[in-house]
Design a protein around this ligand. Sequence first.
Ligand code: MG
Length: 361
Amino acid sequence: MIIQSIQVQTEIFQLKKPFKTALRTATEIENVFVYVQLEDGLIGVGAAAPTLAITGESKESIEAVLKNVITPLLVGKDIRNIQELSLLIERSCVANTSAKAAMEIALYDALCQHLNLPLYQFLGGSTNRLKNDMTVSVGTVEEMVLDARQIIKDGFSILKIKVGKDWAKDVERIMAIREKVGNHVAIRVDANQGWTPRQAVAIIQELEQLDAKIELIEQPVHASDIEGLKFVKQKVNTPIMADESLFSPQDALRLIKEDAVDLLNIKLMKTGGIRRAMQIADIAERANIPCMIGSMMESSVSVLAAAHIATAHPNIQKIDLDAPLWLANQDFDGIEFIGDEIHLSSLPGLGIQRRLSKSIR
Ligand code: MG
């Protein structure tokens, strides 16, 4: 089954409210979509989210790499050689992981439609349900407490709190939320590289003394500071998770070898696609390191791919896929968000129908 043509299209999505982390504030997002058409007319779709602050990719760079670098390698190839095609994408250039992820997601979607299987079944999973969390943007204590209470009212029992922008107030922010939501709510804290190793240790030790019951601390220190991650991990009892420090399977091997973290956060936009995401989950499983799967500010197409992987891999134990719920126009396709649950369609591939009917046919 030959790949006949590939098209690239960018769309802009408004957010319901600004998404704020220690690294950036977003009010709208651009996603670059890839459509891979097979010789029998089936179309697979993938998407990339430009996140300059994390992957170094812009809309323009993603479009250029997809059109000029990766597409020429794939047109005319047999979709059934998915592992080989993944390697072609991986080796097409260094970095550019979001562009690579978009194309690889589209290939998997097309292949699974050809095989008439949902992606999660192709990857070896049988369930199509996941329990999601919801993010509280960094802001004033009052704003964050209000947000947190609304999220709990909306049916969530896991909060992901963004901090790290103003370290001296972070304990106050977290404790204010903990006191308002009660102990039955799980709290994940993401500092997005915002603390120094010493600040991180001081903050986390204080939270431990205050019995804040934090499930995990994500990326406390700078992405390149593996020594810093290790320092923090050694000094505290709360589990430490790598996010921006983890892109590739090689990064996973290094973080594990250095004993720098307790958990890994996999995102397709960092790994460069599904194959390498599964490799990281495999490597981590062998080291008894559980994984979370998360996303950038992405629309539902690439989040769908992440959700399919999560249902299929036993070592992906935590889900952080709330990004599509931030979109003003929540026109979901292949995925339903019901309270804190994600339900995947059992249609072939990613299960997307509406987008394909109005896209390039
Ligand atoms: Mg993070």
